[in-house]
Design a protein around this ligand. Sequence first.
Ligand code: BGC
Length: 508
Amino acid sequence: MPAVLVSGSGDVPDYEGRTTIYVIVCVTIAAFGGLMFGYDIGISGGVTSMDDFLKKFFPAVYERKQHVHENNYCKYDNQFLQLFTSSLYLAALVASFAAARVCSKAGRKPTMQIASVFFLAGVLLTAGGLNIEMIIIGRILLGFGVGFANQAVPLFLSELAPAKMRGALNISFQLFITIGIFVANMVNYFTSKIHPNGWRISLAVAGIPALMLCVGSLLICETPTSLIERYKVEKGRKVLRKIRGVENVDDEFDSIVNACEIARQVKDPFRKLMKPASRPPLVIAILLQVFQQFTGINAIMFYAPVLFQTVGFGSDTALLSAVITGLVNVLSTVVSVYAVDKAGRRILLLEACVQMFISQTIIGVVLLKDLKTTGDNLGKGEATFVVILVCLFVMGFAWSWGPLGWLIPSETFPLETRTAGFAFAVSSNMLFTFVIAQAFLSMLCHMQAGIFFFFAAWIIIMGLFTWFLLPETKGVPVDSMVDKVWKQHWFWSSFMGEDDYKADVKVV
Ligand code: BGC
């Protein structure tokens, strides 16, 4: 399944054309896919901390929460409650493989349309939920929507963007995710005051980005790459003219045709991906996603309101604190858009490791010292200090591991394995997001403050990995990675022996 998914680093060809209004409209509509994903991440934690919701679907958790002498760390530990959050990601994991096929056989546009329909069905079942079964099935449908959208939207954005804007656009997908999380936090803050059905409003609002994507997708075009890839060559040229706003698009058109030709020589990209020469970008794509999740970010994104209640805020202040961390997340992502091609990837990742390690460790120490298993919560001052540390942690993540976890896998694979390789990144993300979503509340209950040292230990591992094994890719043309990066690297060069990337690609 060849596709051109290129990010903006390196020698970007200067093709004719401008950024047309039509491209801006298409990109904005597709970005609603990122909002859908982000909104989901942000909404569950708030909803699962609302008493009305708990009373209706998780009465045992509600009961436990009422008992003041109950273990502080275990208020919310309930496998079913975690399943409410995590089922979505398991469904998205399964769906992403089907989505990869639909995306290459039918195109990016229908894949996004299918995503929005799944999503709308999921919204109906969750917001209108009468019993736990409806809620879980609804979450699974939402997951199918996320799986389809996350496969198609980044591809769509990269393929439609003028070459010069690809890097910034790639990170804007992450920016839309963070905006989705932030909006969800705000919605939760207001709906938590509406009884007894505020939680239904929170879940129903997810329908807005899905509806925008569904209706908007009737206006957008298929990408030229996807059309040409599926042998609709002349239509591809026509669309390219339309989106670039000029008649002469020959250079860019030829380069897409060439890229598709070369990529078509590889009959089975997944098999090629298993060869030793594919190992460096594959291992890095998967590990970046694993590490991204083991920073503990989603413990914060999903469960911030629950966590803030655990340290002693009332439910209102806890939700407000989640709004603050959500805003920090959005603003810090903007920093990355500017810094990534100037400062480079490695420095951002390494700096963030130090920042995240320090904040996780101090949170662990404060809780260990002052949040006893039973009895009083932290004092107001100390709880505020914890919120500040969480913000510092989120800040570090948002300008590094968040966007770069997606950017680096999109720029290090050669074209012939790019889509297949990226599918591994998406599914690893979903798998480990599922693991954290399912396990965090139980881990908090059993490991207590130790959970923060657990994440801090992972941060040391990922820092060492970055230091020794992650080469800098800033400024390297995407199609020169093999020669300029892997073959020069002290460790990865040993995989670049006889079965070089180009070895079984016959250029005609
Ligand atoms: C991650 C999500 C996370 C989000 C936070 C994304 O890059 O994949 O799991 O919730 O960043 O902003």
